[in-house]
Ligand binder design. Structure first.
Ligand code: F6P
Length: 358
């Protein structure tokens, strides 16, 4: 193999640059040229390529985001047509041909479920492809943890610690909304590590009365404030999720948002205690990666490169208890949610009296 390409797509996270750097450094040391595809599947379809040399990746492992850019909307087999507005086209075959025309023999795609589903289609259409899983949501079957999760937890914990001091001063309830889509990993791990009193997860529908009773119990005890960590896709029993927007041409069409504002208002009204909502949003995805993400991304990237070189493609490389494993590209999306019967963080928090709203 003389030339490969690499791309990042889907929502960004910390650790992507470490994966890019590893592929570039290891490939160049093996005499392989690495082409970077810019802006995810936009660059794949519209032939936006750059050559990545050692200079381009110098020190990037400590930087957040991705030097290649990303997009979490475009899909190469359902790509907006330039000629016919509002129509979509399958651009996989001609995009593969364009890469092959410049000598690319294999592709590494770093992304979440939607991205890696497109990677599967690219592989099936004749470009040997290996996937690397990343997402702050930690909801992929291929890896636990995924690249970006540990950093997002750290980012959220630092933010909640700051909220605790102001909540204390003002004797307030602060409702902190976390990302993570339908998986509660990010909210559970950061809520627990930051000492949240109430943690509301998408895996458990909450009862508003139970939440308010807990708030009253804490606010009338010696503690002056309450921190509630709530997942963006959490919902009250019998009610539906809070959706902020729907993006039609996106793999994951729903964007969640608004639960903290709603819940905060309800709590203040029912309990009489002053409450404020706080949406952590993209702060959880941004900033420099923690060491665990730098190391995880590097290990997975090196493994992906070696598989590609050894003609083992059509797979995703992931981590499980520090061991690198590979699985074939799955045919259908299956988000990995929290297993509440076995998850030790959940079971520990429950034993310690953290309220899960049920
Ligand atoms: O999947 C990653 C994620 O950050 C989710 O946690 C969140 O719901 C979504 O992406 C936000 O997407 P966008 O960046 O399009 O607002």
């Amino acid at each position: 193999m003389k030339k490969i390409a690499i791309m990042t797509a889907g929502g960004d996270c910390a650790g992507l640059n470490s994966a890019i750097k590893t592929v570039v450094m290891s490939a160049i040391n093996k005499g392989i040229v690495v082409v970077g595809i810019v802006d995810g599947f936009i660059g794949f379809v519209e032939r936006k390529y750059i050559v990545l040399d050692k200079k381009t990746v110098e020190n990037i492992e400590t930087e957040g985001g991705t030097i290649l850019g990303s997009s979490n909307k475009e899909c190469p087999f359902h790509y907006p047509s330039k000629e016919n507005k509002g129509m979509f086209e399958d651009r996989v075959k001609d995009s593969i041909k364009a890469l092959k025309d410049i000598g690319v023999e294999g592709l590494i795609v770093i992304g979440g479920d939607g991205t890696l589903d497109s990677a599967r289609v690219i592989h099936e259409n004749g470009m040997p492809t290996v996937g690397i899983p990343k997402t702050i949501d930690n909801d992929m079957v291929a890896s636990n943890p995924t690249i970006g999760f540990e950093t997002a937890v750290e980012n959220a914990v630092l933010a909640i610690r700051k909220l605790k001091t102001t909540a204390y001063s003002h004797r307030r309830v602060i409702v902190v909304e976390m990302m993570g889509r339908t998986s509660g990993y990010l909210t559970l791990y950061s809520g627990f590590a930051a000492g949240a009193d109430i943690i509301l997860l998408p895996e458990i529908d909450y009862n508003l009365n139970v939440v308010c009773k807990k708030v009253e119990e804490i606010m009338t005890s010696s503690k002056r404030y309450v921190i509630i960590a709530v997942s963006e896709a959490s919902k009250e029993s019998g009610k539906s999720e809070t959706i902020s927007r729907v993006i039609e041409d996106s793999f994951e069409q729903k964007r969640y948002g608004g639960i903290a504002a709603k819940l905060s208002e309800q709590i203040e009204k029912i309990t009489g205690f002053e409450s404020r909502p706080m949406v952590l949003g993209h702060l959880q995805r941004g900033g420099e990666p923690c060491s665990a993400d730098i190391v995880l991304a590097a290990k997975l990237a090196n493994s992906a490169l070696n598989l590609l070189i050894n003609n083992e493609s059509g797979v995703i490389v992931g981590a499980s208890n520090d061991v690198i494993k590979k699985i074939s590209f799955p045919k259908k999306r299956e988000a990995r949610l929290l297993d509440l019967n076995t998850n030790e963080v959940y079971l520990t928090a429950k034993d310690m009296g953290v309220c899960f709203g049920n």
